[in-house]
Design a binder for this molecule. Structure first.
Ligand SMILES: O=P(O)(O)O[C@@H]1[C@@H](OP(=O)(O)O)[C@H](OP(=O)(O)O)[C@H](O)[C@H](OP(=O)(O)O)[C@H]1OP(=O)(O)O
Ligand SMILES: Nc1ncnc2c1ncn2[C@@H]1O[C@H](COP(=O)(O)OP(=O)(O)O)[C@@H](O)[C@H]1O
Ligand SMILES: [Mg+2]
Ligand SMILES: [Mg+2]
Length: 338
């Protein structure tokens, strides 16, 4: 084969093993490689500063040690883009600051469609539970969520609280958020830089007045499917998802771009529900850093397009003196499965 010069870019990834398995699939490695992107694993057992060279680093790690590694690396390699800076990622590790961002969006709300977040309060001690609910005017049922959203098992553990008695089973500090009936379907909007995709997923079923009257006081999330038999749930949920109408894509994209600007992040998704009692009112309930992109159809294309956007923008920015020029190598010569 004739030797041909092709510009190649090196993207280093720093991810926990579980995330490597789901995200760095061979289909992504191959697709990216064919388009000039080499995905290079960062060895978490070695100093970052000794690794590279990279044009860009992507990561889903946090903590003081990783922060220090990134700082040292960036000060020595100022042209390497870190997607995304830890300071901005950390805003998503707290379920209050995470959703405050939605209220900061500067999007003109149109009369036929609106968005916001569910009413929520942070309760620090058990004595103030009921006072807080009264003061803020939260209605039962409420959903109790951990303040921290750092990917730990605890941070995903939630409770449905049907009444005042249910509050006694909770351990503050905790967030109480109004449960909003939304037809059992959630919209997940995935953002990778300029690229935005919205998909429908199964959610918690609506809670009727009767259920509220007759249910137990407190239900941990994993038990929600016990409300009806599993078979009934599976069938009706599939139908619900199929029949649910997607929010207008122009609206979804506007929110996605607004969030991207305020959060200063490239890789995230957000969960949206449509308030059944209002109709065209959408509520953002969760924002996740570096979510499970591999669940999206054609995630390989979306992510590779994003990587190219990043490295090509970088090339423009540093055209007066690139510290790390694109490598010129033979095409498809690497057998590295990363
Ligand atoms: O593992 P997956 O593919 O289900 O992805 C999880 C996400 O699922 P989603 O893409 O929104 O359906 C998941 O989203 P949710 O919080 O479940 O809405 C989180 O982003 C999760 O990361 P973490 O545990 O919060 O650090 C993500 O987990 P990690 O893959 O980052 O561990
Ligand atoms: N305010 C709410 N009203 C109705 N359902 C909710 C609400 N908040 C969360 N849920 C349901 O609980 C699920 C998990 O909550 P979420 O805040 O997204 O936490 P996680 O970070 O663990 O995904 C959502 O996908 C949705 O099904
Ligand atoms: Mg969620
Ligand atoms: Mg989440």
């Amino acid at each position: 084969m004739a030797e041909e010069n092709v510009i190649r870019y090196r993207i280093g990834y720093a991810l926990e093993q579980k995330k490597v398995q789901t995200f760095i699939q061979s289909s992504l490695i191959i697709h990216a490689r064919n388009r000039g992107i080499d995905l290079i694993p960062i060895d978490l057992g070695k100093p970052l500063i000794d690794q590279g060279p990279f044009h860009c680093i992507i990561h889903k790690l946090s903590g003081p040690k990783w922060r220090k590694q990134l700082q040292e690396f960036s000060s020595r390699n100022p042209d390497v883009i870190v997607v995304d800076p830890l300071d901005y990622v950390e805003r998503l590790h707290n379920r209050i600051s995470m959703l405050q961002v939605v209220n900061e969006l500067k999007i003109c709300q149109k009369s036929e469609i609106s968005f916001g977040i569910p009413k929520q309060i942070f309760v620090e001690n058990p004595a103030s539970f009921y006072d807080c609910i009264e003061t803020e005017g939260l209605k039962f049922p409420v959903i109790a969520k951990a303040l921290v959203a750092n990917g730990s098992v605890n941070s995903h553990q939630m409770f449905l609280v049907f009444n005042k008695e249910g509050l006694e089973g909770l351990k503050p500090p905790i967030i109480l958020q109004e449960f909003v009936n939304h037809g059992g379907v959630i919209f997940k909007v995935y953002v990778a830089g300029e690229h935005v995709k919205c998909v429908k997923r199964k959610s918690l079923p609506d809670i009727s007045e009767e259920t509220l009257d007759t249910s137990q006081n407190l239900l941990s999330f994993s038990q929600i499917s016990n409300l009806t038999s599993q078979d009934q749930i599976d069938e009706s949920v599939d139908r619900l998802i199929e029949e649910a109408e997607m929010p207008p894509m122009s609206f979804v994209t506007e929110i996605a771009n607004g969030l991207k600007q305020v959060l200063k992040l490239n890789l995230f998704n957000f969960d949206v529900i449509r308030d059944s009692s209002v109709g065209n009112r959408y509520l953002v309930i969760d924002i996740n850093y570096f979510p499970g992109y591999s669940k999206l159809p054609s995630y390989e294309t979306i992510l590779t397009d994003f990587f190219l956007d990043i490295v090509q923008q970088k090339k423009q920015r540093t055209s007066s003196g690139d510290h790390l020029p694109p490598y010129k190598v033979k095409p498809c010569c690497s057998d590295d499965k990363t």
